[in-house]
Ligand binder design. Sequence first.
Ligand SMILES: O=C(O)CCC(=O)C(=O)O
Length: 275
Amino acid sequence: MPIPASILQFLQQPYSLTPGQIDYYQENRYIKLKQVLNEETLQFFNTAISERVDTMNTVTASLDERNTYGKAFLQLFNLWREDEVVRELIFSKRLAKIATDLLQTKGVRMYHDQALFKEGGGGITPWHADQYYWPLETDKTITAWMPLQATPLKLGPLEFSAGSHEILEGRELEIGDESETLIQQRLRVTDFKHIIEPFDAGEISFHSGWVFHRAGANTTDKMRKVMTIIYMDKDMKLKAPENKNQVNDWNTWCPGAIIGEVINSPLNPVLYEYN
Ligand SMILES: O=C(O)CCC(=O)C(=O)O
């Protein structure tokens, strides 16, 4: 499926962030940005990513045979390595520059990407913080959460606890029933605002590795299709893993990287860099 020249050109165009938006991100560690993708680009990659997910998916168990994590979504990794069409979106300068500017770094590199398809009737995504899984030395990590269709509340859009990266309690929890209960209890007694909003078509959110987030169930009979890209500071160093998930991430997403050194495996190309 060749990519139309108009889409390739659009993916090169910078998206202007205001200083106020960068401040908002720095304070709250999440932001939702409208019209990052235009209609043509969204439709095109909705089709391309859906086809790739169909090819890669191996889950055959019905929803009621799965645990809470399994009910949350079909999860397919590093589509950029499987599909050169999808790679144009994942590696796009337009998205990587937003990540760089929000993080306030000199550039970003790939940690990994994931398609997160919440099936019709799929369950909640429990409260969690992503960075528990990552053997990364600093908090300069950011995920672009990119719905491939308009996402009303009934499809289960991503929700955030704005500014909750300041809470340490709950960071040590894997995604599951316990994280949903304990983090919810903790957040109830804080002033951090719980953001539950629909996403327009073309709107994308960016969130940092330590901010707590979740998603509601998909109460429709349609798939909630989402692509995500996890970026890290281009100068990110590997830290000694602190749990088995971090060991697994080291072997999977940056094999051969050395503790204390900048992560620069072939799986971690720089996607945007200021000169
Ligand atoms: O898509 C979801 O339901 C959860 C996504 C998420 O937790 C993430 O992208 O960090």
